[in-house]
Design a protein. Structure first.
Length: 253
């Protein structure tokens, strides 16, 4: 069943809008110490009902349309906008990296890894790739985005230059101990070379990180990560999670 869902995600229509920088922040429990960055083109309610978000959270970010853009500068700007918003929220709550668990799901691993690395926070990275530029060029889910980029005159080198310093592999050395990467080796949306390179680089850069390699596709990897998230949350708070999730208090445009 999960393989059919993966196939649907690959074949579904890519939104025409890939230039809007503003996503949506869903505010949750003000006492929580978890921040979520959701998959591409996936509303919060879909992700929650799919079982991707088992933890009480301070904030969950839906990806802005430009997070996967045919203009590489728009992708970076969209990511930085989310990261800056999250940093402002944490400052207002007087939370530091050591207080936090940051969870990135699929494309959400792009801003999640960048933020966690900057703060020295613990990261749970699920279904990530090593580099965004190569994902645009190699993932079957991004074929239409690549076609648009080529039509605009962009080439892979343009994406590589613009995204350098923002990719997951560029933002690992500052992660907190026990950060965890969960990847699926049958993930049809993330090419195997991208998964392998992420793991290889992470093992070199992070002696203390954990790498969970599953015999699973994209959606099943996201679902199976719930147990890992709960374990990391219990380690962070010293308390087991008493409930599977929560309803957000409000949505912030």
């Amino acid at each position: 069943m999960f393989e059919l869902i993966d196939h649907f995600l690959i074949s579904r229509r890519v939104p025409d809008d890939d230039w809007t920088l503003v996503g949506r922040r869903i505010d949750g429990d003000p006492e929580a110490r978890v921040i979520y960055f959701l998959p591409w083109n996936t509303p919060y309610l879909v992700a929650r009902h799919a079982g991707f978000l088992p933890l009480p959270f301070l904030a969950a970010y839906e990806m802005p349309p430009a997070i996967v853009s045919s203009d590489p500068s728009a992708s970076v700007a969209a990511m930085r906008r989310m990261v800056d918003d999250a940093a402002s929220l944490l400052d207002a709550r007087r939370l530091t990296g050591r207080d936090l668990l940051i969870v990135g799901l699929s494309v959400g691993t792009y801003p999640a890894t960048y933020l966690a690395n900057a703060l020295g926070a613990r990261l749970c990275s699920v279904a990530s790739a090593d580099r965004g530029d190569l994902m645009i060029w190699q993932s079957p889910a991004a074929v239409r985005v690549k076609e648009r980029a080529i039509a605009k005159g962009y080439r892979l080198l343009d994406f590589a230059r613009t995204l350098r310093g923002y990719n997951p592999v560029d933002n690992m050395r500052g992660l907190a101990r026990s950060s965890t990467f969960v990847v699926g080796m049958r993930d049809s949306l993330v090419p195997v070379p991208r998964t392998r390179r992420l793991v290889e680089h992470g093992r070199f850069a992070l002696n203390s990180a954990r790498f969970m390699i599953l015999d699973a596709g994209h959606v099943r990897t996201l679902r199976l990560s719930a147990a890992v998230q709960r374990s990391m949350h219990a380690s962070l708070t010293g308390m087991p999670l008493a409930r599977p999730g929560m309803v957000p208090a409000k949505a912030v445009p």
